[in-house]
Design a protein around this ligand. Structure first.
Ligand code: GLN
Length: 488
């Protein structure tokens, strides 16, 4: 199939969430019509982009009609009333296909909803369907999906990033007003930056993981994508908060994120870590981020250097911790309890073996092998335990830096979106796409990526704004200041 590499008509900015909601509340737009319009656009361009893996049309239309009935009565509407939202396929929805991008989960229809799904629907959102991603969220390009890669709406020859590539591309192409993704080492921030949208890494514990198909439980986070900072903040406000069904969920009070976005940034102290501006950083990305930093200074922020020297160990540390946890989490996929079962099974153990062999893709197998190795007797101390110690040192460095600054800004990724196939033969090159994002994952802190200029070829560049635990509001404020400046 020959696909023309043109930005049109794939890139399209959705209306803001607040504007759409007002339209619906005033009865000028029917939620059901809006959902139908989105389904038409999906039918028209999803075949080229491969963003949605499945649609939840009946459930979406039922919810839209419920919203329209409330609007017709003139009763008050919840904050996301009628807003079309897409869900990464690692989050479960009752009765809906939930594959995590893996063949091994084909045919699995979970009997329950993820907490974030319940919360979105309670807030009035209309959930359109499930979004493509790297298998079990392992990857940086969405090329590891068992159902084919997602294409970047800005250039169909390029990847949208990963693993939440479908979630990022859906917003960039206006196939949803906002979406949810998951981020273990960068899977929300990196694709958001590649697709020119806003992505949020909430603090670990801020958003419930109940109903998230686990990759690496001590790192996994659920967070939103949106076309602008305020919409992303509104989405986070809906999905965040304590959930007794997730033992790591925090009871910390929830601020009004959307209201905090527009607070002036004057006087905020911004740290710039030299470790994120060294070798391997694309010169166009560097120039764009420097312009973004200058815009923050012009808005009254005080910038200063901070040091995060353990950054150089972050990739190996992440790939030890994440693979170790993945090897344990993925043990449950045995051909018995979920999805795919091999028919070539002369005995029980052969059935386990064949189901896993045929059901998992190459990257997932690589990670299970690496993780099992790192956890095995004799290697545990040398690899896994050492990685945990480095993780602790890295987290300590961030805490020390945050004693001096309110936020840290960096490029989100070292390069703009790369070409499909460019890194598939070299796992290490693919892992390096996360060099600036895995650190915050290991430290448990929060961050936002915001569009910050384009390359000469028109590819989006993202700035990552990191803040201390449970300080999403500060990250939103800084991101909003960049968004409001010429640098965006
Ligand atoms: N790209 C990283 C990995 O492959 C991060 C993925 C993620 O955040 N889920 O592990």
């Amino acid at each position: 199939m020959v696909i023309e590499s043109t930005a049109e008509p794939f890139v399209q900015k959705p209306q803001t969430l607040a504007a759409l909601r007002d339209e619906i509340a005033a009865g000028r737009t029917k939620a059901a019509d809006l959902a139908s319009t989105y389904y038409e656009r999906i039918a028209a361009i999803n075949p080229q982009l491969n963003v949605y893996l499945s649609l939840t049309r009946d459930r979406a239309l039922e919810q839209a009609q419920r919203i329209d009935a409330i609007a017709a009565k003139g009763d008050p509407l919840p904050i996301l009333a009628g807003i079309p939202v897409g869900i990464k396929d690692v989050l479960v929805m009752r009765g809906a296909s939930s594959t995590a991008g893996s063949k091994i989960l084909e045919g699995y229809h979970p009997p329950y909803d993820a907490t974030v799904v319940t919360r979105l629907e309670a807030a009035g959102a209309v959930l359109l369907g499930k979004l493509n991603c790297d298998e079990f969220a392992m990857g940086s390009s969405t090329e590891n999906s068992a159902f084919g890669p997602v294409r970047n709406p800005h250039d169909l020859e390029r990847v949208p990033g990963g693993s939440s590539g479908g979630s990022a591309a859906a917003v960039a192409a206006n196939l949803a007003v906002a979406t949810l993704g998951s981020d273990t080492g960068g899977s929300i921030r990196q694709p958001a930056s590649f697709c020119g949208v806003v992505g949020v890494l909430p603090t670990y514990g801020r958003v419930s993981r109940y109903g998230l198909i686990a990759f690496a439980s001590s790192l996994d986070r659920v967070g939103p994508f949106a076309a602008n900072v305020r919409d992303a903040a509104t989405m986070l406000g809906v999905i965040a908060g304590h959930d007794p069904r997730d033992a790591t969920s925090s009871p910390a009070p929830l601020p009004d994120y959307a209201a905090q976005c527009d607070k002036p940034v004057e006087g905020l102290r911004i740290g710039i870590p030299a470790e994120y501006f060294g070798e391997g950083l694309d010169p166009e990305v560097r120039a764009a981020i420097e312009l973004g930093i200058a815009a923050l200074e012009a808005a009254g922020c005080k910038t200063r250097p901070v040091s995060l020297p353990h950054t150089r160990y972050a990739i190996p540390t992440y790939y030890l911790v994440a693979t170790a946890e993945a090897s344990a989490n993925l043990a449950r996929f045995d051909g018995v309890r979920y999805g795919y079962r091999s028919t070539a099974s002369e005995s029980l153990s052969a059935m386990y073996r064949h189901s896993r062999d045929e059901g998992f893709g190459a990257e997932v197998k690589r990670r299970i092998l690496l993780g099992t190795y790192a956890l095995s007797a004799g290697y545990y101390d040398a690899y896994y335990l050492k990685a945990q110690k480095v993780r602790r040192l890295l987290a300590g460095e961030f805490l020390r830096a945050f004693a001096e600054v309110d936020a840290i800004v960096t490029p989100t990724a070292p390069t703009p979106a790369f070409k499909l196939g460019e890194k598939t033969g070299d796992p290490l090159a693919m892992y390096l796409a996360d060099i600036y994002t895995v650190t915050a994952s290991l430290a448990g802190i929060c961050g936002v990526t915001v569009p910050c200029g384009n390359t000469r070829a028109g590819l989006p560049i993202g700035m990552q704004v990191l803040a201390r635990h449970f300080n999403e509001s500060t990250a939103f404020r800084v991101a909003r200041a960049v968004e409001a400046s010429e640098a965006s």
